[in-house]
Design a protein around this ligand. Structure first.
Ligand SMILES: [Zn+2]
Length: 231
C-alpha cells in the first residue's frame, strides 16, 4: 500500500520517496503527495526527479504515477517529487466549494448528488432535480459564498466504517467508497457539511476566495448539472 502523504499534509508540495517498482512509464513509490484521480477529482501532475508525471491513478491500494518517459527512474532508488502546486491548490479550492454547494442544494431541496467533476479551471456537480434555472443557481451560489466568507475550518479524521454508515449524512456518494475499507476518512467543513471523502481540501473556506456560477445544463429528466469556478 502506498503511504498517502496527501492525507497527512494536504499542503505538501514536494516530497522524497523510494521507488518500489517501475513498469515502463508506470512508477509505484513507497509514499506520495500526488493525489490520484478519483472521487470526481482529476489527478495531480508534476515531476519525479525532473521527469514529467502526466497522470496518477489508483489501482487497489497502490498509487501509480504515469510518467512521460519509459524507465525514467530505477527501482530501489530515492526520488524527489514536485507537484504542480498552482493546479493542485485550485483543485483543493474547487473540491471544498463543491462540498459546500452540494450540501446547500441538498439541504434546500433534498436533492441527491449524482455525480461531480472537479478540475482546476471549471468544475461541475450533478443533482437529482426536476427544475434548476439560472435564478436558482445564483441563489445557491450566494449561499455558498456566505458559507465561504464565514472562514469555516475544514477538518479531516478517520472513523470506523460502521460508525460512519450509521450517520446517513456522512455518505452522500456511497458507491464511491471501496467496500473493503475498515476505516473511512471523514471531511468536516464547519457546520455546513460532513461526509466520507478521500480527496484533498483547503484547511479553511476563506482560502477559496469567491465561487462563481457559470451555467446550468439539463442532462436527462431528473439530472441538473451546475458548472462553477473559483476566482
Ligand atoms: Zn469530495
Amino acid at each position: 500500500m502506498t503511504r498517502r502523504l496527501f492525507w497527512e499534509d494536504m499542503y505538501a508540495k514536494e516530497f522524497d520517496a523510494k521507488v518500489v517498482s517501475v513498469s515502463g512509464a508506470r512508477v509505484v513509490l513507497d509514499q506520495t503527495a500526488f493525489n490520484p484521480r478519483g472521487g470526481g477529482l482529476v489527478s495531480d501532475v508534476g515531476t519525479l526527479d525532473g521527469k514529467r508525471v502526466l497522470e496518477v491513478v489508483k489501482e487497489g491500494e497502490e498509487i501509480i504515477h504515469v510518467l512521460e518517459a519509459q524507465d525514467a527512474v530505477a527501482a530501489g532508488k530515492q526520488v524527489h517529487g514536485v507537484l504542480d502546486w498552482e493546479r493542485r491548490y485550485r483543485i483543493m479550492k474547487m473540491h471544498t466549494a463543491a462540498h459546500i454547494l452540494s450540501s446547500i442544494v441538498n439541504t434546500e431541496t433534498g436533492a441527491l448528488i449524482t455525480g461531480n467533476q472537479i478540475s482546476p479551471d471549471e468544475s461541475r456537480v450533478d443533482f437529482d432535480l426536476e427544475s434548476f434555472d439560472r435564478s436558482k443557481m445564483s441563489y445557491y451560489i450566494d449561499r455558498v459564498n456566505e458559507a465561504v466568507a464565514r472562514a469555516l475550518e475544514v477538518k479531516t479524521f478517520f472513523m470506523k466504517r460502521e460508525e460512519a454508515l450509521a450517520n446517513p449524512g456522512f455518505v452522500k456518494l456511497a458507491n464511491a467508497m471501496p467496500p473493503s475499507l475498515e476505516m473511512l476518512r471523514i471531511v468536516e467543513i464547519g457546520d455546513v457539511d460532513t461526509q466520507a471523502d478521500g480527496g484533498v481540501h483547503v484547511k479553511n473556506t476563506i482560502e477559496i476566495g469567491k465561487v462563481v456560477g457559470l451555467k446550468t445544463e439539463n442532462k436527462g429528466k431528473n439530472n441538473r448539472r451546475l458548472y462553477f469556478t473559483v476566482v
